[in-house]
Design a binder for this molecule. Structure first.
Ligand code: F6P
Length: 322
């Protein structure tokens, strides 16, 4: 068996740890490994090279991905997929480990409808928006990065008696906003999974002002249904023109940096499990961790996950922000 390994979509801290684990597990089992650079695009272009154990030395602590990554439009076309398949054949690659998020999974499902290649996906995305796993590689680090930034912003908010709107990543998912917001004691958390009633947000600010609560942090997911930090800012400043309000978009700092222990361990477990699964003939699955155990979900059943936010959780956020 010759395994090709790639990272695709947005980079996520811990991807390198997953590459390291997959490469070393393969070589330990006498399996040849090839790195495919820049995700599906590199597969199409044949940017493929053999990997040894030393190629993955000293990378477990590094953010980004040594294999580089890309979002490939060409791979969504029949011609692109054909070129990619031809390159795999040319390099004698007959199994794949694909590390990425929902776009990577969707790409894989379409590809395997046309071409049969044993494959295992490892969930790597800061958004944590996939079913079939409790955590995705990169999420824990991204939330910790957001927390560190929001804590610092709170110092300034406190010093100046300011209201801050902090926008965190999450195109369609509020996991980063929800968790960083709770962990930083945000006064409000706006996420795409719940309908944002801006009037309620404004009422809360009004009542906080009346009670002389001068520090106010609102964490908003970039994909919130009401809009991002810009829209929230406009509404607040229109209603309270004298309020000292600032916005801060955390952006891509959430994607980089050294992975947390949780992401390194998760990535190591999933990289190891993915190669063992291929070796044992368990293919066209995503390897995930559910309740602490490695589980495999058929790729066709992996979908963009809905945040399991309960009424109780929403109530808790309200109570703790009093
Ligand atoms: O999917 C991860 C993510 O960081 C999203 O949270 C964000 O919306 C998107 O990627 C940004 O993508 P890009 O870096 O390609 O602009």
């Amino acid at each position: 068996m010759n395994i090709g390994i790639l990272t695709s979509g947005g980079d996520a801290p811990g991807m390198n740890a997953a590459i390291r684990a997959a490469v070393r597990t393969a070589i330990y089992n006498g399996i040849k490994v090839f790195g495919i650079r820049r995700g599906y695009q590199g597969m199409i272009e044949g940017d493929i090279f053999p990997m040894q154990t030393t190629d993955v030395s000293n990378i477990i602590q590094r953010g980004g991905t040594i294999l580089k990554t890309a979002r490939s439009k060409e791979f969504t076309t029949d011609e692109g997929m054909k070129k990619a398949f031809d390159q795999l054949k040319k390099h004698d690659i007959n199994a794949l480990v694909l590390i990425g998020g929902d776009g990577t999974c969707r790409g894989a499902v379409h590809f395997f409808e046309k071409y049969i290649i044993p494959a295992v996906v490892i969930p790597g995305t800061i958004d944590k928006d996939l079913t079939g796993t409790d955590y995705t590689i990169g999420f824990d680090t991204a939330v910790n990065t957001a927390i560190e930034a929001i804590d610092k912003i709170r110092d300034t908010a406190d010093a100046h008696d300011r209201l801050f709107i902090v926008e965190v990543m999450g195109r369609d998912a509020g996991y980063i906003a929800l968790n960083s917001g709770i962990a930083c004691g945000a006064e409000d958390i706006l996420i795409p999974e719940t309908i944002t009633h801006i009037e309620e947000v404004l009422c809360k600010i009004e009542s906080d002002e009346r009670r002389k609560k001068t520090v106010h942090i609102i964490v908003v997911a970039e994909g919130d249904d009401f809009g991002g930090s810009k829209e929230v800012y406009e509404s607040i400043i229109t209603r309270f023109p004298t309020l000292d309000v600032r916005t801060c978009v955390l952006g891509h700092i959430q994607r980089g940096g050294s992975p947390s222990f949780a992401d390194r361990v998760l990535a190591s477990r999933l990289g190891y499990a993915a190669v063992n699964a291929l070796r044992d003939g368990n293919t066209q699955v995503m390897a995930g961790v559910v309740n602490g155990n490695v589980v495999f979900t058929p790729l066709t059943q992996v979908i963009k996950g809905e945040i399991p936010i309960t009424e109780d959780m929403l109530e808790m956020i309200k109570v703790l922000a009093v």
